[in-house]
Design a protein around this ligand. Structure first.
Ligand code: SF4
Length: 363
């Protein structure tokens, strides 16, 4: 038995085990992916849940060093979708039985923004007779804001930690109150306390990041008992400060392989959570998301943002599907998901089983 096979037999993985799995070569990786597929099939099944992604606005008050729409980048025209456009995208998701949407935006915490999101959540819920599950990805907010949006009808919240190592987090963000690592972790806890299903995630293959850091990221998810994870390769954007460290980066193919291993190891560690096959994987490999499904992911986020806005929502470069209408995106995905051996769970909310078990421990 190889060392990797021995580790895969264990019930619980320690940091050294995780580092060994993430460092495995091509041959050993085959066993890791096989194990992750088995775990996925036995715990969450072969269903893939759609979350229609609506990129509501690229206004952002923050200035993260890796992000294309950071406030310091003046090269993008700033936009905010009209209410009717948001409702139309939500209607498309509902009528096509996606059952779920993600409303995402740059971070703002002014009252006008908070109230507008609250109104939009109410209107989407009314329009869809409360049949649509709403995930928010709107950054760090006060507890009161989380509560207002929850009470308006949002169910899940995604807030990526981006890197769970506080030292590396500091290198990726300005050193001020708005970009505090501690604040971000507190926000994740506040979301849990409010009642949301909580998701987080990281970038993989950042400059300065080590395999040990990535193992800590996975342990962070486990310690936080997270319900959902969306993580993918870091892809550099030339209009950002982090671009000057591009000579430290792994080749894109290695970043993709590492990302797939992260998905597989996470599935082995946290059997019943939801894991997204993120779009950044597809930016490197046209079938990157399908590979992630085979490595243990079970969620895909088809882009429902009106095409006219997509060029201005580039968190990273080479983002795929910038000119594809939702209908084309949907049929392209259907074929690819079938090829990956999974089925799309149309009309199902696809709540994280992990969350359901925590809510109803005796079921
Ligand atoms: S990563 Fe998010 S919070 Fe940071 S600059 Fe980009 S959109 Fe704003």
């Amino acid at each position: 038995m190889t060392r990797v096979e021995e580790i895969l037999e264990k019930g619980s993985l320690g940091k050294e085990d995780i580092v060994a799995l993430l460092s495995a070569g091509e041959d050993d990786s085959v066993a890791i992916f096989r194990k992750a597929r088995e775990v996925k099939k036995g715990s969450v099944g072969n269903k893939v849940y759609f979350r229609g992604l609506i990129e509501y606005s690229n206004y952002c008050a923050k200035n993260c060093f890796y992000c294309g729409i950071r406030s310091g980048n003046s090269r993008y025209a700033r936009y905010e979708m009209l209410d009717d456009e948001v409702l139309e995208s939500a209607r498309y998701a509902w009528e096509n039985r996606f059952a779920s949407i993600v409303l995402q935006s740059g971070e703002r915490d002014d009252e006008a923004f908070i109230a507008k999101i609250e109104r939009l959540i109410h209107r989407m819920q009314e329009m869809t007779r409360h049949e649509l599950h709403i995930t928010l990805s709107l950054g760090e907010q006060k507890m009161e804001t989380y509560r207002r949006w929850f009470q308006a009808g949002a169910h899940r919240y995604l807030l990526r930690i981006e890197d769970a190592n506080p030292g590396l987090y500091r290198k990726l963000h300005p050193n001020d109150q708005r970009h505090s690592y501690r604040g971000r972790v507190e926000a994740l806890k506040a979301l849990r306390a409010t009642g949301y299903q909580v998701g987080t995630g990281v970038m993989i293959g950042l400059p300065f990041q080590t395999v040990s850091d990535l193992a800590d990221d996975l342990i962070f998810f486990r310690d936080l008992d997270i319900d959902m994870v969306g993580m993918g390769p870091y892809i550099e954007h030339k209009d950002t400060p982090l671009y000057e460290h591009r000579d430290r980066l792994l080749p894109l193919g290695d970043r993709l392989r590492l990302s797939l291993k992260m998905v597989a190891v996470l599935r082995i560690m946290m059997k019943d959570i939801n894991i997204a096959a993120t779009t950044a994987l597809q930016a490197i490999d046209p079938i990157g998301r399908e590979k992630a499904l085979q490595a243990g992911a079970n969620v895909i986020m088809p882009n429902l943002t009106p095409v006219k806005y997509r060029q201005d929502y580039l968190l990273y470069e080479n983002k795929p599907c910038l000119d594809e209408e939702a209908e084309h995106c949907k049929s392209c995905l259907e074929t690819r998901i079938q090829m990956a051996g999974d089925t799309i769970a149309y009309g199902e909310w696809g709540d994280s089983k992990h969350f359901e078990k925590r809510k109803n421990p005796h079921e």
